[in-house]
Design a protein around this ligand. Sequence first.
Ligand code: ANZ
Ligand code: ZN
Length: 820
Amino acid sequence: EKSYDFQEIEAKWQPYWEETGVFSPTNDPAKERRYVLDMFPYPSGDLHMGHAEAFAIGDVNARYWKQQGFDVLHPIGWDSFGLPAENAAIKNNTHPKEWTYKNIETQANSFKRYGIMVDWSRRLHTSDPEYYRWTQWLFEQFYKRGLAYRKYSQVNWCPKDQTVLANEQVVNGECERCGTAVTKKSLNQWYFKITDYAEELLEDMKQLEGQWPDRVLAMQRNWIGRSEGAEVRFAIEAQGSQDATDITVFTTRPDTLYGATFFVVAADSDLALEIVSEEKREELEAYRESIKALSDIDRQSTEREKTGVFTGRYAVNPLTGEKLPIWASDYVLADYGTGAIMAVPAHDQRDLDFAKKFDIPVVTVIETGEEDPAETGIATTGEGTLINSGELSGLPQKEALQKAIEIIEASGTGEGKTIYRLRDWLLSRQRFWGTPIPVIHCEDCGEVLVPENQLPVTLPDNLKGEDLAPQGQSPLAADDAWNSVDCPQCGKPAKRDSDTMDTFVDSSWYFLRYVSPQFEGGPFDPAEMKKWGSVDMYVGGVEHAILHLLYARFFTKVVRDLGLIEHGEPFKKLMNQGQVLNQGKAMSKSLGNGVNLGEQLDQFGVDAVRTTMVFASPPEDDVDWADVSPGGAQKFLARAWRIGQDVTSEPGVDFATGDKKLHQLVHRTMHDAAEQVENGKFNVLVARTMELVNATRKAIDSGAGSADPAVREAAEAIAILLSLYAPYTAEDIWHMLGHTQPVLEAGWPAIDEAQLIDDTVTAIVQIKGKVKDRLEVSKDISEQDLEALAVASETIQKIIGDATVRKVIVRAPKLVNIVI
Ligand code: ANZ
Ligand code: ZN
């Protein structure tokens, strides 16, 4: 008798899958389609435990839909531009492509060994000219629609990496990568106008409700940051040689207009420089210098003591005609709203802190029943009734807000307005290893797009090592041979744009490319796009909750507005997998708690590692490798495999003539397993397979015997269940059972509904003798299981609340009485 040898099994079936092409879509027009996608990997070294978890989980989805009879697209590729390749090239005196493509090859081989059901013929790399040609093409379409533009702006600058950083790459004022303190620098940068889509990005989240994790939706909503309120124009009095003018503020609280006692402009704004009086200019300039290095978060912190400079000018409150002193301070941000505010110290804490510091009056205009803010130093923010507010006095706060907007609109001094915290997307990077921006700068013609038939603008092959070291400008700017071209419009000598794109641009459309990765007539083939459309299930880490997903949604909407696709959302459903930890902590070199994937695979086999990943917890929870047992998973797989060996009946026997109890369990298991996969409870799927394996072993050894048709039925069901997460073992069992097609072509067995019902009864759950809930349970449920189910019921949980459960009386299978 042979024993379970995972090495032998892996060696046998990996080439078989390649030969049969069973991982690729069949393109059978009769089949419904499903597009399953895992966030594509970055090629840093070999695969690690995190990849192993994410892809084991993603693959359950893909393989499940395949077994359910869908034509499944499940592609893979590499997000292969980015800084680490460039750093490795500088260190090794090579071109970044060497490190990149070597790592891709290593990872691809590991993925193949890992048995992921992906269509290898669709593999793409964002650093291939065939791919970035279309990234550039899309940039050009954005440009033509006014959605890509250049402007000078203060950017976060890492003096060590010599590169611009996005806000989210600045952590506590330091570069996310190297920890150097971040400074500011003014550069002419490319932006995508994502703000044009702010409202739609927010609105369309309604379609994602219940399909995406709530916390991801909440994070996106916050990031977009919609604020409703009003813009109000304040007249600025003439003074000395300076003329009268006006400044508009944005406020969410126009109802508090009567409580405005001063006015603040962002100290670092041009506005501040424009209005400051001659006497105060020097003081303001010194102040601006002193706040340069502060981050937005520091500036807005309520903890930090307020600072500021009086500008010497006054604004006139449009409702009261009162004169308000104009201050310049860093707590007002230059690039939010209008960069100027009316300050209402009684009802805004930051304004109150400022007023206290500089002895400015505090006027309460909303009676909330709280203590006087002028006394307590605590602004009151509750809803209440308006006081000291002219025609608004006596109104409830909400009504006063509407009324205030009506008044300013009628008098022409302002209007209702909604603004967003979302900023345009800064995509310029002064680095080499990225998609070149396809623009030529001509002294006469200005910005000229590289003609479409000259795309792609490729990266030069001759730069390497020190050529790529940070010099404050892109290495491409220093390469005259590369960047000197004739202007496509007038023919005069001109220069290529030397910036490359943020790698988030590459990953904002790769899911569109997968439907036809070799297509040369556009970013994708419209006919293939019609077939596959948007992604049905997207799997990836929650670290991408904001940027990648927001950018991908933005791109999808623009591509739709270009008339190239019909859908406006890229990912119908999103699943966030947890992390793999060791001893309760993320694996890291410094903690020395890293686990090497290759070693785990050598020791336990691919299937045992994959089973462990899926079984350890629901997909969205973390897995602690110190708490799991790949050895146990391996034993379970060996037990399953031996069942395949023991079956003695031939394929095609009538299952219904077999052992009744086992037959029933097979149908119940397959019915429930489908539900569990669709509800993302993959760990339960494994538990149910284990249960079926145990019951089948029992039937063989001490009941029906190995020739019973139900035993064959169970063994086939086990192979199909295993095919979702232990592909090698599943394939081996399936063939052992006399089948000659891949197990992925087995199909989910038809469920006989009659097998599902007769075994359950309705159990009644009482609290202190009163019926509170009813549960459908198995006739043979144990007392412990019934008690656990009853106490876990949502209805019962709600009733129990904080009370202590004093006693539980169980009469299985029909009654539970809980005493609290
Ligand atoms: C008067 C007022 C009274 C305000 C009151 C609040 C409470 P969100 O919700 O974040 O949009 N503000 C406006 N522009 C600002 C800027 N550039 N920098 C810092 N603060 C700014 O906040 C909008 C509120 O934040 C606005 O409403 C304004 O203060 C302030 F009892 O106006 B409010
Ligand atoms: Zn020109």
